[in-house]
Design a protein around this ligand. Structure first.
Ligand code: NDP
Length: 335
């Protein structure tokens, strides 16, 4: 790309995350800007054009979306739709010749993730997952503490992410659109936490569903789920995810000390401490540092770092499915 130019991002799906997080963050970014939108809701199109000064030519709906191929203002398509729609829109974006950022979970099944990776490769475009925490300073610090064994090898961990969900009619409660319950939505952060603190891939998993305390509400998806990963070094991690009550904790006990983040996965400010004292890091806008990090590499013509690409998204989706299999069968699943 031309030096000094900001990449144009088009957000696909103007729901809560686009409206309250991504669009405001794009007012603070150095390497990208909000250039277009794709929405199925005409009133949102009007509102966003006015609010963010988006020209009419850069506004699409789900039918006209493929014409984005001809739009030179749009370099990157950011898919912020319900989980079951990620694969289709990532593949269409790649076919339109755009780089793609896809929200987490990358898709519901591993096969879809592989198709998304293949489509981007074929189009010679890069694919990033919305793993905002990989650019977040507190998170980067616990990655360092764990992976560089600053307190010695990690022995055991807790990595848990849960909240009490509101509106029971939303797509997150529908199996077909969400792929599952809290595991797909926020449990994925707990999976990520265990992987980025140890720097290892789990070798086995056991898992248990809790009894449903609100069966009317949780007709289609799990309410609470526990799982345990074992890692090649011998490290183990215990995790909880839930839509019925909250927890947000990433804790690692090491041979010579411990460290933790709590809150560990939300929009921040994150907070952390170690057996030696508080973790002190700058507070940043997670979405701005994520989009800037991705777009800077795209501008520089660099390969995106492995840990935010489609391959990383695929690894997590495989693990999410293995956790469900372990909980359903009651058996230990070897990975
Ligand atoms: P919302 O339900 O708030 O928004 C989804 C949007 O998708 C809708 O507003 C709508 O936009 C569009 N859409 C198109 N078809 C449908 C449909 N059939 N049902 C519902 N919506 C539809 O979801 P969120 O913004 O909270 O989440 C979107 C994605 O972002 C999810 O994959 C989620 O996991 C991820 N996310 C990631 C976060 C992070 O921290 N990385 C945080 C929050 C969410 P329109 O009216 O414009 O067509």
């Amino acid at each position: 790309g031309q030096p000094g130019r900001k990449l144009g991002i088009a957000l696909v799906g103007l729901g809560s995350y686009s409206t309250h997080r991504l669009a405001p963050a794009l007012q603070q970014t150095q390497y990208c800007r909000l250039a277009g939108v794709v929405t199925g809701t005409p009133s949102k199109a009007t509102e966003w054009m006015q609010k963010y000064n988006i020209p009419k030519e850069n506004v699409y709906d789900y039918k006209t979306f493929d014409r984005i191929a001809d739009n030179k203002d749009i370099d990157v398509v950011y898919v912020v739709l319900p989980n079951s729609m990620h694969a289709e829109y990532v593949i269409r974006a790649a076919k339109a010749g755009k780089h793609v950022i896809c929200e987490k979970p990358m898709a519901i099944m591993p096969k879809e993730c592989q198709d998304m990776i293949d489509a981007c490769k074929k189009a010679n475009r890069q694919l990033a997952v919305g793993y905002r925490l990989h650019y977040e300073p507190f998170t980067k610090e616990v990655m360092r503490l764990g992976q560089e064994k600053v307190f010695g090898p990690v022995k055991f961990m807790e990595s848990s992410d849960a909240f009490r969900i509101g509106d029971p009619t939303q797509w997150r409660m529908k199996k077909a659109m969400a792929g599952g319950g809290p595991l797909m939505d926020v449990g994925i952060y707990a999976v990520q936490g265990a992987r980025y603190v140890t720097g290892e891939e789990p070798i086995s998993v056991t898992a248990q569903f809790s009894p449903k305390t609100e069966p009317e509400k949780f007709k289609e998806v799990e309410e609470t789920l526990f799982w345990q990963f074992q890692f090649p070094s011998g490290a183990v991690c215990n995790s909880t995810t839930s839509y019925t009550a909250g927890v947000e904790r990433l804790y690692a006990s090491c041979q010579n000390g411990w460290f933790e983040l709590s809150p560990a996965f939300g929009y921040g400010p994150l907070k952390g401490r170690t057996s030696k004292g508080p973790i002190d890091q700058p507070v940043v806008n997670h979405q701005a540092v994520h989009m800037d990090g991705v777009c800077k590499d795209l501008i520089d013509g660099k390969q995106l770092p492995n840990h935010i690409t489609g391959e990383e998204g695929l690894r997590d989706v495989r693990l999410l499915q293995a956790i469900y299999r372990a909980a359903e069968t009651g058996r230990k699943i070897e990975l």
